[in-house]
Design a protein around this ligand. Structure first.
Ligand code: MN
Ligand code: MN
Length: 461
């Protein structure tokens, strides 16, 4: 056997693509960039896919009395998760082909009572969501997106900052001239959580004695949305970067944008789901989850029973329900936990083992395990299951590489993989390498985005 076949090489996959593949790759990349610009909150992602699948023959599972192979159904949980299924020919107890990703991304949320006036400025207090480096979120343009629900149940949609005619918001920082003490602090303490206050106004109202600027803001909000200060309590308003997703580099080989962890895997897996051709053997399920960045807890996170509910609904409506059916389905289920990996960064090589890091442009990344320091807290895929996934990718010309989240004793991180693995399914983390993960502007490779789409599609078929 020659050396080429005997040895494993880490290599950039662009040169292996022919022009037809590159055309398809560019099409997927541009659709993805458009998705990133439209969808900056979990609710917006759910709305996006609901619109897409309603035009692709999917029906809400609540509308279906009976199901048969080939049927396409979805379930939306609290406007923040969407699960889609294509019914396969084999019974559910043979297991399903499942891909799960998450559509929540690190950001700043408003506190329940956020609005205040300080020295003639109106500001909003925030509580950051997910693991962020706080200094990255000051002095950048921020949009406010989300919903406010009044106590009578009326829902108000808010999106300010995206439209070019909108105003924008920002969090201020000290000028270097006066930052001597701040600059001596540790990077993690230079900007603290309670410093992340959003600047929203400086114009006083003339019909009150004090808090004139705050009062003026409340009048504007009341005129525009019909809300009072009390209504912040029942709102979900997210501050997200006003950065346009764009092609990156003179060679346009990469994509820069906010929220690519994990909307890159959500986009590619949902698109793969919609492009399933014919009736699959196994039932295929694609789920876009919420709350991954803060531990997957709660009724819209992976720890909830929403997938169990969906599977039981499918079994009942397929007339396949038997006692203990969930355990039986899970034991035979194969899952890709579709989440991003920390790619090797040439400026910060010391945190990675280059032989086991994923690289931008080398294809989608398989992580046999996550965790760190003795694989602590990790869900590890079996060798048999890794071989199964490799085989699918090899047969379908999907470029892939292995990855590890940093050096053994460096850091680590988790995904939703362990939650489904704990139920008995075979699960492996499998996603797109990202630079600057969790920053307001993250970087991926178009090549890897395309390979993720191809890989997820091959897994379903
Ligand atoms: Mn993630
Ligand atoms: Mn993350």
């Amino acid at each position: 056997m020659n050396k080429e076949k005997l040895t494993l090489k880490k290599e950039n996959g662009w040169l292996k693509l022919n022009q037809e593949q590159i055309n398809k790759l560019e099409q997927v990349a541009h659709e993805y960039i458009d998705f990133l610009n439209n969808c900056k909150t979990e609710r917006e992602c759910v709305q996006y896919w609901e619109n897409v699948i309603e035009n692709s023959g999917y029906k809400c599972i609540c509308e279906m009395q009976n199901l048969k192979p080939g049927d396409k159904v979805y379930y939306i949980n609290r406007n923040k998760n969407i699960l889609m299924a294509v019914i396969g020919n084999e019974p559910l107890v043979n297991g399903i082909n499942l891909i799960g990703s998450h559509i929540d991304s690190p950001r700043l949320d408003l506190k329940p009572n956020p609005l205040y006036e300080d020295n003639g400025f109106a500001l909003l207090k925030t509580h950051y969501y997910g693991g962020i480096k706080k200094y990255q979120w000051v002095t950048i343009p921020l949009e406010i997106r989300g919903v406010i629900i009044k106590s009578n149940g009326e829902k108000v949609h808010v999106s300010v900052g995206n439209d070019p005619s909108d105003p924008i918001f920002t969090i201020t920082d000290l000028l270097p001239h006066l930052a001597r003490k701040q600059m001596e602090k540790k990077l993690s303490e230079g900007i603290e959580g309670e410093d992340l206050n959003l600047l929203i106004g400086n114009y006083p109202s003339d019909d009150t004695d004090k808090e004139k600027v705050k009062y003026n803001i409340l009048k504007i909000l009341n005129e525009k949305y019909g809300i009072t200060e009390h209504d912040f309590l029942s709102s979900e308003l997210e501050l997200v970067p006003h950065f346009e997703a764009r092609e990156l580099g003179f060679d346009r080989s990469m994509i820069a944008g906010y929220g690519q962890d994990d909307r890159v895997c959500a986009f590619t897996s949902a698109k793969a789901m919609i492009d399933i051709e014919g009736v699959p053997n196994k039932t295929c399920v694609c789920m876009l989850m919420d709350k991954e960045e803060i531990g997957s807890m709660g009724n819209t996170g992976m720890e909830s029973n929403v997938l169990d509910y969906m599977l039981v609904e499918l079994a009942v409506k397929l007339n396949q329900y038997v006692p203990n059916i969930l355990n039986k389905i899970y034991l035979n289920t194969k899952m890709l936990s579709a989440d991003v990996d920390a790619a090797f960064d040439p400026t910060y090589p010391s945190v990675s083992d280059p032989k086991n890091s994923s690289f931008l442009g080398n294809g989608m990344c398989l992580l046999k395990y996550t965790g760190a320091r003795g694989k602590s807290g990790s869900s590890e895929a079996t060798a048999e299951y890794v071989a199964y996934v490799r085989n699918i990718f090899d047969k379908n010309e999907v470029a892939y590489q292995s990855g590890e989240l940093g050096k053994v004793d460096e850091g680590g991180g988790g995904t939703i993989a362990y939650i489904i693995a704990n139920k008995g399914a075979d699960v492996i983390d499998c996603g797109v390498p990202v630079l600057s993960m969790h920053a307001p502007y993250e970087v991926t490779s178009k090549h890897d985005v395309y390979m993720a789409y191809k890989g997820y599609r091959a897994f379903y078929n």
